[in-house]
Design a protein around this ligand. Sequence first.
Ligand code: ADP
Ligand code: AMP
Length: 217
Amino acid sequence: MRFVVLMGGPGAGKGTQAKRLQETLNLPQVSTGDLFRENLRNNTELGKLAATYIDKGDLVPDEVTIAIVKERLSREDCANGALLDGFPRTIAQADAFEQLLAEMGERVHVVPYIHVTPEVLLKRLAGRWTCKSCGHVYHTVFNPPLKEGICDLDGSPLYQRDDDTEETQKRRIEVYFEQTAPLLAYYRDKGLLVEVNGEQSIELVQKDLVQAVKDSN
Ligand code: ADP
Ligand code: AMP
């Protein structure tokens, strides 16, 4: 089994890369943000609770987030491991994740960190459009779809996330520096962090990420 944790600020390109790496690495993308949004679409209690935090740009409480990851990792497609996108986001989540993996006789193999400066993060978030159906991510300037507003892969309409308002974007970046950035030292101390320059083309970032995973043991 292999567990890869993609780190990076909001807008760094975690989702973009996770979608591409799924096939190359033969590991499913486990995105807590996607899981919360799926719950919200299905109108579950968990989705409604998560939305009260997501809409403000704050983090969903740790217990709720850890429980959703635990359930997701128990599904069959995670038999080979998983590519974590957006989790863990706090030290408490990272500790709980380590414990969860230890119970399975597993561990985190590598933590590629997609490094992008805050100014670029804001530009990325401002132009982000997502496919309603497959979740593929586009950018109006940096990665536009062939046909405006339509997904290249499945022809579904694209939408802008509710939490991609200017105010929420700023708050998410703040929350990232306060609560998630400490995880960089946490994983660096464990010898798992590999920094990748996130301000390259999507293809080059992908190449560096694949290399980081190949070099891990
Ligand atoms: P995250 O999942 O880390 O929040 P996304 O994958 O949603 O980030 O990417 C945020 C935005 O930046 C999207 O609009 C995406 O198309 C764009 N993007 C991702 N990677 C790059 C890149 N290397 N160069 C330019 N734009 C990028
Ligand atoms: P993302 O799709 O990763 O950009 O996440 C969107 C939002 O979902 C975040 O701004 C948080 O409110 C919430 N969220 C996603 N992952 C987590 C997590 N690991 N811990 C807490 N909240 C999360």
